[in-house]
Ligand binder design. Structure first.
Ligand SMILES: Nc1nc2c(ncn2[C@@H]2O[C@H](COP(=O)(O)OP(=O)(O)OP(=O)(O)O)[C@@H](O)[C@H]2O)c(=O)[nH]1
Ligand SMILES: [Mg+2]
Length: 374
């Protein structure tokens, strides 16, 4: 999952390390040359100065004076503390200039865009990375690699975690029945997600009923009935051509009468531009007033999925999103962008065709995996 993006983020880390290393060597040599050229009464001290300047990042004067103090303090003692701390400070000290970042940041932006990260999201990530790296560049004893890692971690988490809430807690606290309606374009995995979520709820002790608001597509009743049979769930459906709002309403009535916790309302695939079908969604909203409307799309659709999430949210407000087929997605662009662009969280990832292939979306875990070693 998201392997392409993982590789690109790891190249960014290498790029920054390389470009700052390249910076440090000539600066160190310059400083050493300067130090050597200085008139000095004690040539040994000058050599030490030059050495430590070459080790560090060009700030020869500071380092040398710290080292001299340190030498005095450590004389006759096994305590390495001050000198070693000073040395760690000198070598761990990172000065990252804007120009060191220019090229790696440009490459990072290209990599994000190639991975289908939405433009405004990529820009936001870049801004956070730049601010973190320049603003705190003088932080002690942190290697360039660690600094890049932290900058990327914070930048990604900032955009990915927008609007996150704990879905399970929301279900636990909601007045029952809780009604959830699923929307999205054709074939993205709405019906499959409903079946998976019904199983997910069952595993956590919540009963659910399926209501087939897809009265549009031929074969939709049969398809969802197969899931209901396999999972042994009740299905409420009307004939093809019926009113989807009426079906979901009946689902809610059934749940009330039978103490069922959650109503999962399916709908036909539609484009946000199909006026008739969008009017149906409005009617569902009016008649049923669902507690949650979840937008479903495929992670593999990348930028298209991001645009559709935005358009659906504008046409008929959503509360969250489910990204399916994440198992087949290497770009990760939709997973990174949807929450930032819509202001609504991704709640689940579909990770396969089995009923158990539904994973709670955890922004922190996603960032860790994107920045992971393997
Ligand atoms: N690999 C993979 N396939 C999935 C996933 N979710 C759904 N699918 C497959 O995607 C196809 C379409 O799924 P459906 O659930 O029928 O999609 P839909 O949105 O209900 O489609 P319409 O009702 O026609 O709009 C099926 O073959 C599913 O098995 C997923 O997370 N991973
Ligand atoms: Mg369907």
């Amino acid at each position: 999952m998201f392997d392409g993006l993982k590789d690109k983020l790891s190249s960014f880390r290498e790029d920054v390390e390389e470009s700052t290393d390249a910076e440090e060597v000539p600066e160190g040599e310059d400083a050493a040359a300067d130090a050597a050229a200085e008139p000095a009464s004690d040539s040994a001290a000058t050599a030490a100065e030059a050495d430590s300047a070459a080790d560090a990042d060009g700030s020869s004067a500071d380092v040398a004076s710290t080292e001299e103090e340190a030498d005095e303090e450590t004389d006759g003692s096994t305590e390495p503390s001050t000198f070693q701390r000073a040395k760690a400070f000198a070598t761990g000290r990172i000065i990252i200039e804007e120009e060191d970042l220019e090229e790696p940041l440009w490459d990072l932006e290209m990599a994000l865009l190639e991975s289908d990260v939405e433009m405004s999201v990529a820009e936001q990530i870049l801004e956070t990375v730049r601010e973190t790296m320049l603003g705190e560049s003088r932080k002690q004893v942190e290697t360039t690699g660690e600094l890049v890692e932290r900058a990327l971690h914070d930048a990604l988490l900032d955009v990915i975690a927008v609007g996150q809430f704990d879905f399970e807690e929301r279900v636990a606290e909601a007045e029952k029945p809780l009604t959830i309606v699923f929307t999205g374009v054709n074939g993205v995995g709405k019906t499959t997600t409903i079946a998976k979520l019904s199983e997910w709820l069952e595993d956590r002790g919540y009963s659910s009923v399926l209501a087939n608001g897809d009265t549009y597509r031929a074969g939709a009743n049969e398809q969802i009935a197969e899931h209901a049979n396999r999972l042994d769930r009740e299905l409420i459906s009307h004939d093809q051509g019926g009113d989807p709002a009426a079906v979901i309403y009946d689902g809610v009535e059934y749940a009330r009468a039978n103490d069922v916790d959650v109503v999962l309302g399916d709908t036909a695939g539609r484009l946000h531009t199909s006026d008739d079908l969008m009017a149906q969604l409005e009617k569902i909203d009016r008649v049923v007033d669902p507690d949650m409307t979840l937008f479903v799309d495929e992670a593999v659709a990348g930028q298209d999925a991001v645009n559709r999430a935005k358009e659906f949210n504008e046409a008929a407000e959503i509360d969250g999103a489910v990204l399916t087929k994440a198992d087949a997605d290497s770009s990760g662009g939709a997973a990174i962008s949807v929450a930032y662009v819509t202001g609504k969280p991704i709640l689940f990832l579909g990770t396969g065709q089995g009923y158990d292939d539904l994973t709670r979306f955890d922004p922190e875990a996603l960032v860790d995996s994107l920045l992971g070693e393997e």
